[in-house]
Design a protein around this ligand. Structure first.
Ligand SMILES: Cc1cc2nc3c(=O)[nH]c(=O)nc-3n(C[C@H](O)[C@H](O)[C@H](O)COP(=O)(O)O)c2cc1C
Ligand code: SF4
Length: 653
């Protein structure tokens, strides 16, 4: 067995979990009418089917004053029980255990949905929600404790195997524990003993409600990572005291707060396994099982953490959103089949943060497991000859899905390697992990029996001569040639040319950012890393305007500033002009309408949009029985849409 520790059982209170992999709590937005839904049943069930020993649900709201997100489950209503029973029965079919996470978000919410004031230890607005809460009175604290207890009874009656109380990054309990958010002068504030009083009340109420034989744990923030906040030393002490209460069976750990959300779901710029030392630190102080979570996306790393005694349970959230079957594949030694999460945050937290349904760039089946999950792919009735042109993410997915359905598939790409635009995008500073989305699929395309022809720029005539039944055009997009006046002048380049090393830039470079995403900022950083003096002019309020939801904004801007990159926001760029070494940019401020000119620069780099590469599609139109186009050659977007469309077409043809 490759992973003896990972696939050994663990007791959490009275329950034995078959292995050390926990699908960690996360919002899905899949609830309907604030009740558990069938979609959630299939969503969580898929991860149990894929081999996770434990599934922990998303946070569920224990009190009406906590409606931070519109689609939370209101667990304090008894109406949740029938839906819970369906979910827990389904998960149990796969020999998995399922715990419910209970939460009150405290100040980390607002009253716009509930139409009630938010409650918190002190009347201090949260940094994201910015609403001043009501300072909780003693009876409010008692009421929340009662609601925790009542919610716990619904969970137990709904067939869950245990409960986790969210005392971590986004919780009322953390706000009581932390000197950052608790300024009370009564017995709930001040000393550590006082700050622990309300959280201990919540635990005691739940323990009393569910009895001593029922698994109960807490999720703790292992380190708030802010000066003046809780650090590991203080959290070790808190954990030891919680354990000493004798009321809890396990300690699940997260990290950070809404002040530094980029650490809660660390993106690809954050090292793999970034919280391991914190888990190890807590484990030194307590005897109950400790969970470690944070970019552990690989069974090899997971096994090491367990073997080193740094944690007892491995929490995987995004790794199993991306590949629900990672545990089973690891157990069977099918490491090449694992679809590794790349921490791009675009489909998961990036969508949840915008109040959309949970998704994943690399897994179109997220939230649609009933229709698209494991076992739903059927063989095609007729084996067709399918030609796919373009081996970027969309083409690869179309080829894989069509091949798996038994079609005879040929995939062409003009380059010598599969990957399309990803091969260039991954050269941006810190973006190399983006390339994993291609590595993940290459082997699958091969296993699906697809014939891959590289280095062939196939023409319409050649294709038609092969008499395919179906052609899928996935030829992508390329940077616009003339997005602004003067773009055809000397020393003006696009980001692709820069990242592919096809430029002579000189020292002083101006990058024009109409993108707001990594295409612009990762290129600016790529240039700064080469020691160039980089100035970015953007039409947005700030550089990186699209990076907030993916948790990349803070660190990207921090790195750019540390590397000397300067910014001018709010500019509509109308012209680039001048000779090499004396390039200028002309434009006007979108608010004041005042014209200005910037320069001189040695070169200008444009991140000003893409245009479709659709000539092959138009030459084939009307000449092939079934002709489709997917991804950027329809309209330039991002990899998630190319994969979505490739997946869908591969299922349908
Ligand atoms: C979309 C999304 C929603 C989340 N919601 C919750 C939540 O409801 N409760 C919670 O304790 N953690 C939540 N988290 C944090 C995760 O449980 C986990 O700590 C974090 O994603 C880091 O783990 P990973 O690197 O394995 O993804 C959420 C994470 C994501 C990606
Ligand atoms: S969207 Fe990106 S970060 Fe989120 S689960 Fe999928 S691959 Fe991982």
């Amino acid at each position: 067995m490759m992973f003896p520790n990972l696939f050994s059982p663990l007791k959490l209170g009275t329950v034995e979990v078959k292995n050390r992999i926990s699908f960690q709590p996360h919002l899905t937005n899949l609830a309907v009418g604030n009740l558990p839904s069938e979609r959630q049943m299939y969503y969580w069930g898929e991860r149990a089917k894929g081999g996770a020993g434990l599934v922990i649900t998303e946070e569920m709201s224990v009190h009406p004053t906590d409606m931070a997100y519109e689609k939370l489950i209101d667990v304090y209503h008894a109406e949740v029980i029938p839906g819970f029973k369906k979910i827990t029965d389904y998960v149990h079919q796969f020999d998995g255990k399922i715990f419910a996470q209970l939460n009150h978000n405290g100040q980390q919410g607002d009253g716009s949905i509930s139409r009630l004031p938010v409650w918190a230890p002190s009347p201090m607005p949260d940094v994201l929600f910015r609403e001043t809460p009501k300072e909780m009175e003693h009876e409010d604290i008692e009421e929340v404790a009662r609601y925790f207890a009542r919610s716990a009874i619904h969970v137990r009656e709904g067939g869950f195997d245990g409960i986790e109380l969210q005392f971590g990054h986004s919780s009322l309990a953390r706000q009581f524990l932390s000197p950052l958010t608790n300024f009370r002068g009564d017995e709930y504030g001040g000393s550590l003993e006082n700050r622990m009083r309300a959280p201990l009340k919540f635990i005691s109420a739940v323990r009393k409600a569910v009895g001593n034989d029922y698994p109960l744990g807490i999720r703790m923030c292992a380190d708030e990572m802010i000066p003046g906040g809780l650090d590991l030393g203080q959290v070790q002490e808190i954990c030891a005291r919680f354990e000493a209460s004798g009321l809890i069976d396990f300690m699940d750990l997260s990290i950070a707060t809404f002040y530094n959300l980029y650490l809660v779901e660390g993106s690809m710029h954050t090292p793999l396994g970034y919280t391991i030392p914190l888990a190890a630190g807590v484990r030194e102080r307590v005897k109950i099982p400790v969970f470690c979570t944070g970019r552990i996306n690989d069974p090899v790393m997971a096994e090491k953490v367990l073997a080193n005694g740094q944690a007892d349970m491995i929490g995987m959230c995004r790794a199993l959103i991306c590949d629900p079957f990672l545990p089973r594949k690891a157990q069977e030694g099918r490491m090449d089949d694992i679809r590794y999460c790349i921490a791009c945050n675009q489909g998961c937290i990036g969508r949840i943060g915008m109040n959309k349904l949970l998704g994943c760039v690399q897994n179109p089946a997220v939230g649609r497991e009933k229709e698209w999950g494991e076992g739903t792919l059927t063989r095609a009735n007729t084996r067709k000859k399918v030609t796919i042109v373009g081996g970027g993410p969309g083409g690869l997915w179309a080829a894989k899905m069509a091949g798996r359905r038994g079609h005879s598939v040929t995939l062409y790409d003009k380059n010598e390697a599969l990957g399309g635009q990803v091969l260039t995008a991954m050269k941006g500073a810190g973006r190399d992990e983006f390339g994993v989305i291609i590595r993940n699929e290459k082997e699958q395309v091969h296993k699906a029996g697809v014939t891959v022809k590289l280095g062939v720029e196939v023409t319409a005539e050649q294709l038609l001569a092969e008499k395919p039944d179906v052609v899928v055009v996935a030829t992508g997009s390329r940077p616009k040639e003339q997005p602004v006046g003067g773009a055809d002048g000397p020393s003006v380049y696009n980001v692709w040319q820069v990242l592919d090393g096809k430029t002579e830039l000189g020292e002083k470079v101006c990058l024009i950012d109409y993108d707001g995403h990594h295409r612009a900022s990762a290129t600016a950083e790529f240039l700064a890393n080469q020691g160039k003096t980089v100035h970015v002019i953007t039409s947005s309020l700030f550089v990186g305007a699209e990076l907030g939801p993916t948790q990349d904004l803070y660190l990207t801007r921090q790195r750019l500033l540390q590397k000397g990159v300067t910014f001018t926001p709010d500019i509509a760029v109308m012209e680039v002009a001048g000779e090499t070494g004396a390039k200028t940019v002309k434009g006007f401020n979108v608010y004041s309408n005042q014209w200005d000119e910037w320069g001189p620069f040695d070169a200008i780099v444009l991140a000003m949009g893409q245009k479709v590469d659709d000539s092959l599609y138009h030459s084939l139109k009307g000449k092939v029985g079934e002709l489709y186009r997917i991804g950027d050659c329809v309209a330039p977007r991002k990899a998630d849409m190319a994969i979505w469309e490739g997946h869908r077409i591969g299922r349908e043809i």
